[in-house]
Design a protein around this ligand. Structure first.
Ligand SMILES: C[S@@+](CC[C@H](N)C(=O)[O-])C[C@H]1O[C@@H](n2cnc3c(N)ncnc32)[C@H](O)[C@@H]1O
Length: 206
């Protein structure tokens, strides 16, 4: 398990990274990739949408171009304070401080559950994916963006030491173990040579 697949360490990491997150983030996960992933969803303005690991609100901002209200959850108060500066604490984003593995919502609450760039920090990703399924309405959609497993053995060693990087076979295993039956993966990339994202869009069984 990578050093940042630990909730306390990830929280400390984001205490510092939150200061520069919005400057660094576009080199790996940019607006074009985010909007391409949002286009994979079929969202209506009145849909109830949750952004898990919303951080400073980069994806939340994109989702708000399509829906009236977004629920944003993150375990880092430092990341969330950046998001409050952008959206206000009580505007059309309903913020929650919380853990992806123990979501503070009732069964069948959301039409869409989204999470970009957060799964790699979750120590028990299958538990969190089960939580995503539980709180999404039957027939709803879960979309998860994570880091694709690198090809070179050197980068694989570095990646494994830091956090969860996974390929399509591993994504299949995780989503099946979490009770999803129908899902597909898309590989996304900002530019040739930059790190790839693996984006999985899953239907919640009826
Ligand atoms: C790379 S940032 C992604 C932010 C945003 N989703 C985006 O698309 O730019 C990862 C976020 O996941 C959050 N995170 C990590 N582990 C978490 C957990 N167990 N529960 C909730 N949030 C978590 C971090 O605090 C951080 O804000």
């Amino acid at each position: 398990m990578g050093v940042l697949e630990n909730k306390a360490r990830a929280r400390t990491f984001y205490k510092y990274l939150s200061k520069v997150y919005d400057t660094i983030n576009p080199f790996i996960w940019d607006e074009r990739m985010r909007d391409e992933a949002i286009e994979m969803l079929d969202v209506a303005p009145e849909d109830r949408v949750l952004d898990i690991g919303c951080g400073t609100g980069f994806a939340t901002e994109g989702l708000l171009q399509h829906v009236d209200t977004v629920y944003g959850l993150d375990q880092s108060p430092h990341q969330l304070s950046k998001a409050y500066q952008k959206f206000g604490k009580r505007g059309n984003v309903r913020f929650h401080v919380g853990d992806a593995e123990r979501l503070p919502f009732k069964d069948d609450t959301f039409d869409v559950v989204w999470s970009s760039g957060s799964i790699e920090y979750w120590p028990n990703p299958v538990d969190a994916l089960e939580e995503c399924r539980r709180i999404t309405k039957p027939g709803g959609t879960v979309l998860i963006v994570g880091p694709d497993y690198p090809n070179s053995s050197l980068f694989q060693k570095v990646a494994d030491a830091i956090m969860l990087f996974y390929d399509e076979a591993e994504a299949d295993r995780m989503f099946e173990a979490a009770g999803f039956e129908r899902f597909e993966h898309h590989i996304q990339q900002s530019r040739p040579g930059s790190p790839r994202a693996i984006t999985t869009i899953a239907d919640v069984p009826e």
